[in-house]
Design a binder for this molecule. Structure first.
Ligand SMILES: *Cc1c(COP(=O)(O)O)cnc(C)c1O
Length: 466
């Protein structure tokens, strides 16, 4: 892999200083308070919340400097990097480096060439719900099998640069409903950085549990739920040697926002009408909005899609807040749900997500266990292999389509957040008909037969109605 690209470096702007080592460092980036308190903080500083109000931070870019390049020039540059072999621009995240972390040294980037996932035209599924322009963004087709890779490449890269610069950070840590820890463990292992993982005991899938174990992370399974793990990790990361990798750390959001750019780019820079996304801690929908907003500010797009946040009834604090007109943040004790990665009762990125829904004229839907499981099965029958969270988003879409909120001629993208292969017990339980509160209407169990050609032939003709 060529570490220092030559043909992909942006030519210097007229009058701009040229640095031969890192030509992008002219673009500035820093943390600031999301609520607008004064103050700027280095992204290489150990800081997660605003020192003034205690609220979330966000990564702020120098939009004026970025605007020096025209929308068409940005489009051409980003398009030129798809499939690039020059490190690290072939990554769907780092192909947009100037919009993500322009100041990081390419040698410190820890990337598995994440992103650039397939935007699947769900032709057969769309026909079934009379929605011909239906697309599924397959974020689970990624190194550790979920969209969490998009944020983790950014966070671990910044940590690597911090450690190189001699800060006090010695390891990374996170609480997780499964996919965050898998991503953190893999990227930390690739960088040679120790990782400490806090998981709620018995509440993640076997595949999700074994991923960080296999990657050599220190896995601590706590006798609590995700929100309980989150409390503990916040406390232990008060010590600056352990760096917090949850999405309250806004570096994660910076990487995840690239999915918005990819979706628009994959439609040749056209904006879809709707994007439906399953939500838990509310980092990903915030990221989606941040990516869209930046493209709008830079003139690449002139409208925003309407965002739909899909929740499950068992873990629906954002839905409750929405029904309440976002008058106040609802916090609940989340119940056990098949969509285990979104079993969260006290979502960290609440304020950012409220903005995402309000500014896009979006909405929040909730679905039952039965709806999400059957929606996943319907999608699988058309060739997908959907995780339960994607099932929740699809079920929300089916309901909105049925109520006529989403119309036949509209273009809709569903964000599929993880790969179905991470949730084998969900699939097996569905097809065996053993899931709680689910009537498996599309169960397709195997047929057990003797090794007898006659019986086999009869069975096939019956099955295929020959
Ligand atoms: C993390 C996760 C989500 C929810 O994302 P948030 O940023 O927590 O809202 C949805 N689906 C899957 C598969 C996830 O891993």
């Amino acid at each position: 892999m060529v570490k220092y690209p030559h043909n992909l470096i942006i030519p210097a702007l007229p009058g701009a200083p040229v640095s031969p080592v890192n030509p992008m460092s002219d673009y500035k980036v820093h943390f600031r308070c999301f609520r607008g308190c004064p103050g700027e903080y280095s992204i290489y500083q150990v800081i997660y919340t605003c020192p003034t109000c205690g609220g979330l931070l966000e990564v702020a870019h120098d939009v004026e400097a970025l605007r020096q390049r025209s929308a068409d020039e940005w489009k051409a540059l980003l398009d030129s990097r798809i499939g690039a072999t020059q490190w690290p621009y072939g990554s769907g995240v780092w192909g947009k480096k100037e919009w993500v972390i322009p100041t990081i040294d390419n040698d410190n980037i820890v990337s598995m060439y994440e992103g650039n996932s397939n935007l699947f035209w769900a032709e057969r599924l769309g026909k079934q719900i009379d929605l011909p322009d239906l697309w599924v963004k397959l974020c689970g087709n990624s190194h550790t099998g979920s969209f969490k890779d998009l944020g983790m490449t950014v966070l671990v890269s910044v940590v690597k640069q911090m450690m190189q610069d001699g800060t006090s950070v010695r390891a990374v840590a996170c609480a997780s409903t499964g996919d965050t820890s898998a991503a953190l463990a893999a990227y930390a292992a690739a960088a040679g950085i120790p990782a400490v993982i806090f998981l709620p005991q018995g509440k993640v899938s076997p595949a999700q549990l074994i991923q960080p174990i296999a990657n050599g992370a220190h896995v601590l399974a706590l006798d609590t739920d995700f929100d309980g793990c989150m409390e503990i990790v916040k406390e232990v990361t008060q010590d600056d040697s352990l760096y917090l990798a949850n999405s309250m750390n806004s570096l994660r959001v910076e990487g995840q926002k690239t999915v918005a750019v990819e979706i628009v780019q994959q439609f040749d820079w056209e904006v879809p009408d709707w994007i439906v996304i399953p939500v838990g801690n509310l980092g990903n929908i915030s990221a989606l909005y941040k990516g869209l907003k930046l493209m709008q500010e830079l003139g690449l797009i002139d409208k925003l899609p309407r965002l739909v946040a899909a929740q499950v009834e068992k873990a629906n604090p954002f839905y409750l807040s929405y029904r309440n007109g976002f008058a106040e943040k609802a916090t609940i004790q989340a119940s056990k749900t098949l969509a285990s990665a979104i079993q969260i009762g006290n979502p960290v990125s609440y304020e950012k997500a409220v903005q995402a829904v309000q500014e896009t004229n979006g909405l929040v839907e909730q679905v039952t266990e039965d709806e999400l499981a059957n929606a996943a099965a319907i999608a699988d029958n058309t060739g997908m292999y959907t995780c339960p969270h994607t099932g929740a988003a699809l079920a929300a879409l089916f309901n909105l389509r049925q109520r006529g909120v989403i119309q036949r001629d509209e273009r809709v993208v569903v964000v599929s957040t993880a790969h179905g292969l991470k949730f084998t017990p969900f699939k097996v339980g569905y097809h065996e008909g053993t899931l709680d509160e689910v009537e498996s209407r599309f169960a397709n169990p195997p047929v057990y037969l003797p090794a007898d050609a006659g019986v086999v032939k009869d069975t096939i003709s019956r099955k295929l109605a020959l």
